[in-house]
Structure formats: C-alpha cells, structure tokens
Write a protein that binds this ligand. Structure first.
Ligand code: MN
Length: 236
C-alpha cells in the first residue's frame, strides 16, 4: 500500500498546510481528514461531505455570478453555471489550489481521476461549512481562493466553447444518459455542403445546422441545452 510510509505525523503536518492554504483552522480536524479521504483509503471517506459541498458550491457559484455579472441573461448565467460546476472545472480548481497533493488514496497519486479531484474540492467546502456552521465564512474562503480564477474563465468565455461536452455532462449527471446525434440531411454542392443534424435526449430534440458535421452537432447541442435550461427555469 502506497500510504504505508505515510505516518500520522506527516498527515497532521499536511493538514496544517491545507489550513494555511485555505486560511481556515478546523475545530474538528477529523472533518478535514475525511474531506481528503477516498474510499480506497478509509471507510470514513468524503462522500457525505461531497454531497453537502455540492450544494454549497452551487450556491456560492450562483451568488458570485449574479454579483459579478448582473448584465447577463438568465439563460447565459445557467450556461456559465453548468460549466462552473462541471467536474472538469471543479477538478481544475482543485489542481489550481494544489489539493491533489493532499488526497489520501490507496492507488498511486498519478491515478487520481478528474472526478475524484472534483469530489475532494466539493468535500473540502462541505467540511468547512460543517465545521464553521457559517456560510459567510465559507463564502469568504471561496472568494479568496477561487474568485479571480472563476472571473478570468468567464471573461475568456471558455464556457461557450463546447456545447456538446456540456450537454453530455449535464445529461449524464441528470439522467445517466447521453444525447443521441443523427444526420437528418446533407444539402448543397460538394464544397458547400450544409449538414442538418438532430440531437435528442429524453424527448427533447433540436436540429442543428452547420457547414460541417461538427458544427451542426454543436449547434444542435446548444439548442437542446438551451431548451432544457428554459424547461428547468419555467418550473418542472
Ligand atoms: Mn461530486
């Protein structure tokens, strides 16, 4: 076992490093340990803290968005939010904060997946909330650590780049299903083809149009994604 050599003292030293990094001292250190413990390492693992942290991060992201980008429409905010809470981006934040150095896993460090990184990021905030019982404290820490990064990502409009990935992540998470793409027709002469591709998931469908299959798929994914967001906002 890789962690065989990792003594308790080293773990405790690591904990104080994390506390320094986030600027918060835990009253209950076991919460901090739990937030970083993968189930391969300990039966006291991060799942429940991650579950709570998921909600906390949701709230913090939405609040930050409304605060910093008041001019954006609701549907654009929804699009940005879904990017910000994707495991891809949460894993990026975890790496940005170098949390990967502290994760307690049985397997080798280089095998830590994107989803584990994202989970630990969520669990950490779940742990801070549980320990402090104060959302203001959590918000302060979140702002100090992540705000600059989040704002730059939004300003670069990275969330706009790939609707296909976005829709897939969203539908996997919500329904455990992937959207289906189907070529409906191809029109026009050889060098000026126009592709019509249908995207569908859970009975929601739209046709995307583009000069390549890829573009038509992106267009269709965007339309379906927006239709789902409207549906959610309009109440079930
Ligand atoms: Mn998660």
């Amino acid at each position: 076992m890789v962690l065989g050599g990792q003594t308790l003292a080293l773990c405790l030293k690591n904990f104080s490093k994390i506390e320094q990094l986030i600027g918060y001292t835990f009253k209950d250190k076991s919460l901090l340990e739990r937030a970083f413990s993968h189930k391969s390492y300990s039966s006291q693992s991060y799942e429940v803290l991650e579950f709570l942290g998921d909600c906390v991060i949701n709230l913090l992201m939405v609040e930050l968005l409304i605060d910093k980008f008041p001019a954006k429409s609701e549907s654009e905010l929804a699009l940005i939010k879904s990017f910000l809470i994707s495991s891809e981006f949460l894993a990026e934040l975890a790496e940005y904060l170098e949390l990967d150095n502290f994760i307690l896993v049985k397997q080798k460090k280089e095998e830590i997946s994107q989803s584990v990184l994202a989970d630990v990021f969520e669990a950490l905030f779940g742990a801070i909330y549980t320990d402090s019982k104060d959302i203001k404290t959590v918000k302060e820490i979140f702002k100090n650590l992540c705000e600059t990064k989040i704002i730059s990502v939004i300003e670069e409009e990275r969330y706009k780049k790939d609707y296909k990935t976005l829709l897939q992540e969203f539908s996997q998470q919500k329904w455990r299903e992937r959207p289906i793409y189907r070529v409906v027709s191809v029109e026009g002469p050889e060098h000026e083809k126009t592709f019509f591709i249908e995207c569908s998931i859970k009975g929601i469908r739209a046709i995307g149009i583009g000069s390549s299959k890829k573009r038509a798929q992106q267009d269709a994914a965007m339309k379906v994604f927006e239709a789902i967001q409207k549906d959610i906002q309009g109440g079930d």
